[in-house]
Design a protein around this ligand. Structure first.
Ligand code: F6R
Length: 612
């Protein structure tokens, strides 16, 4: 979602702000803008659409000045046009904001004069409130201090002030914000990637913090429940994120690069949990005894929730531990009863997804022990958890999640095994067999990637379709859901995922001549049932794209002829969902490339969904 960058520098700010915004593009946006201080006055340039448009505006009317703020906006209140683009400004203050000011209507009335408002956004009112306090003679710090307690909702914002070249003020409530420490320069960024080439020394603001930043450092205060601010100390850390991590290399798109990184990042993730030589698995000390846990409640959104569904199958099958999966936006509002001593597990690539975070807070209030699987160690979800299991996917820039998903599955597989060991439902021989199967996954994933060209050729049939169906059984079912989601979000083709056994209960009515049906069918205990579903699809004219191993493909050919086959390595059914995720990602990717869509930044989508 919206990206923020702020610079109090020694060089021209505009090119550096644009560079920072470029690195934030992956979050998804539909307009952008920057403001700098030029001879003490606020000046700004904004444009609807992509950064190229803003760059053209700046070419025509350059902005000078060494202090400035920049923003990529993902529209919530008000359409994506220039007037609604950030920064919003008065003569005295300019603001960039991520999140939603929920009481903005009420605050607009408090400001009074409606003719002051030039946009439909919830953000602009904050500039007017601060501006009004400045007009009364308050200093910028005092004006922000008076404004903050008036705001309801979730936000991160950064402001610059006319006549104050050496000052930026930023605040965080709900949406992340980091301060970057340079040599005589200071920065703000909505994530470490924005700051990567500028500095490695970063301080993440905590909930309720606001910071007064000057070229030689920052003073941080925390807004208390009584509406008063008190000084706090926050640690400055070295971040591992580097500018080099965010190039596309020789790939056309980040998504393609990230799909191809999977053997390596699954390997890196496994490395933290598995000892392949000894065939054993170790998780860092968990804050619970899995043998005493009555129930696991998993919550996440989108792709991460499908990883959670696979996790449910694994935990229930291996550890015989009842597990429920709920999407974040439902768990928090349906007043789910959670049992005493229960474990709640949250899965999130970004660690900032608002619905998942609020579900976590709900579970915490209900007395659950909080465990999370995240890709960003400094994220809010990680910080609010009792224990964290990290995926080692590295920065995921493509909006459609790929390597984050398979590394989440990798951690969940290890977790299910650890629970099973602790509960006495996994003997040493089976543990060694599963550990060996997991250890093979990176190599097997590399084999799957060798089918890239073949999958690209099958994508033609999918690209011409109006509707596409994905089906699987067992852990193949969430993979079918994930396949349909990947296709929808980047190719804009209507797609549905179903449990194969559910087709006859309604959806089969939609199968007609030439409708593509992607079947996830690893050989194993559920193969024959899935194969009979394939026969039902083929006999109704469906173009079945059949994903199985050599054994499954051979058996299938004796029953019905699929339209296309994708051969995967034969593996223990336990690890099959990790591998079967890869061809469905490639199929979606190649279909989107054929359709000419914006693969890395699909329309309407944001990488990290920090509003409800
Ligand atoms: C789909 C996708 C989204 C995310 C979801 C949760 O490709 O990326 O469905 O999985 O928005 O995001 P995180 O994992 O950051 O909580």
């Amino acid at each position: 979602m919206c990206g923020i960058i702020g610079i109090l520098g020694k060089q021209e700010a505009a090119p550096r702000l644009m560079d920072g915004l470029k690195r934030l593009e992956y979050r998804g946006y539909d307009s952008a803008g920057i403001a700098t201080l030029v001879n003490g006055r606020i000046d700004r340039r904004r444009a609807e659409g992509k950064l190229d448009n803003l760059a053209r505006v700046l070419e025509g009317e350059p902005l000078t000045g060494t202090a400035g703020i920049g923003h990529t906006r993902w529209a919530t209140h008000g359409v994506p046009n220039e007037a609604n683009a950030h920064p919003h400004a008065t003569d005295h203050v300019a603001i960039v904001h991520n999140g939603i000011i929920e009481n903005y209507q009420e605050l607009r009335e408090r400001v009074g004069d409606p003719s002051l408002f030039l946009s439909e956004t919830d953000t602009e009112v904050v500039a007017h409130l601060v501006g009004a306090y400045l007009a009364q003679g308050l200093s910028p710090e005092e004006a922000v201090d008076c404004t903050l307690p008036l705001l309801e909702g979730a936000f991160a914002f950064v402001m610059i002030f006319a006549g104050h070249h050496d000052l930026m003020i930023g605040a965080r409530r709900g949406s992340p914000l980091a301060i970057g420490y340079g040599e005589g320069e200071m920065f703000f960024g909505s994530d470490a990637l924005a700051l990567a080439p500028l500095t490695k020394r970063i301080c993440y603001l905590e909930e309720g913090d606001w910071a007064v930043v000057r070229p030689d450092g920052a003073t941080i205060r925390q807004l208390g429940e009584d509406g008063r601010s008190r000084p706090v100390e926050r640690a400055v850390r070295e971040t591992a994120v580097s500018g080099a991590m965010i190039g596309k290399g020789n790939y056309r798109h980040f998504m393609e690069k990230e799909i191809h990184e999977q053997p390596a990042v699954i390997g890196d993730t496994l490395h933290s949990y598995l000892n392949p030589a000894e065939g054993t698995l170790t998780l860092p000390g968990l804050p619970i005894d899995p043998a005493a846990v009555p129930k696991v409640t998993i919550s996440a959104c989108g792709t991460a929730s499908y990883a959670g569904m696979v996790g449910k199958y694994w935990i229930e099958q291996l550890a015989r531990l009842p597990t429920e999966v709920d999407i974040g936006s439902e768990l928090r509002y349906r007043e789910t009863p959670l049992p005493e001593g229960g474990l709640a597990l949250f899965i999130s690539q970004s660690g900032e997804t608002m619905d998942t975070l609020e579900a976590l807070r709900y579970a915490k209030r209900a007395g659950q022990t909080i465990l999370s699987i995240v890709n960003v160690p400094e994220s809010t979800i990680a910080r609010e958890s009792d224990a964290v299991l990290l995926t080692q996917a590295g920065p995921e820039i493509g909006v459609a999640s790929t390597k984050a998903f398979t590394t989440q599955l990798t951690v969940l597989a290890a977790l299910a095994m650890a629970f099973a060991k602790a509960r006495g439902t996994l003997d040493r021989t089976r543990e060694a067999a599963l550990a060996a199967a997991l250890a093979e996954v990176p190599g097997r994933a590399a084999e799957v990637l060798n089918h890239d060209a073949h999958i690209a050729s099958i994508a033609r049939a999918v690209a011409d379709a109006r509707d596409v169906f994905y089906m699987g059984r067992g852990t193949g079912y969430p993979i079918a859901l994930e396949g349909a989601l990947k296709l929808k979000e980047i190719s804009y083709i209507h797609a549905e995922g179903y449990a194969a056994g559910e087709m006859k209960h309604g959806p089969i009515a939609l199968i007609e001549e030439d409708v593509p049906v992607v079947m996830i069918a690893p050989s194993g205990p559920l193969f024959d049932k899935t194969a009979s579903n394939v026969q039902e699809m083929v006999s109704r004219g469906g173009k079945v794209i059949f994903l199985s191993d050599a054994e499954g493909l051979t058996r299938m050919r004796t029953m019905a002829k699929p339209f296309a086959e994708i051969e995967l390595p034969k593996v223990d059914p336990f690890v099959a969902p990790i591998l079967y995720a890869i061809p469905i990602q490639l199929l979606a990717y190649h279909t989107a490339v054929l359709k000419g869509t914006d693969v890395d930044q699909p329309r309407n989508l944001a990488k990290s969904v920090t509003v409800e």
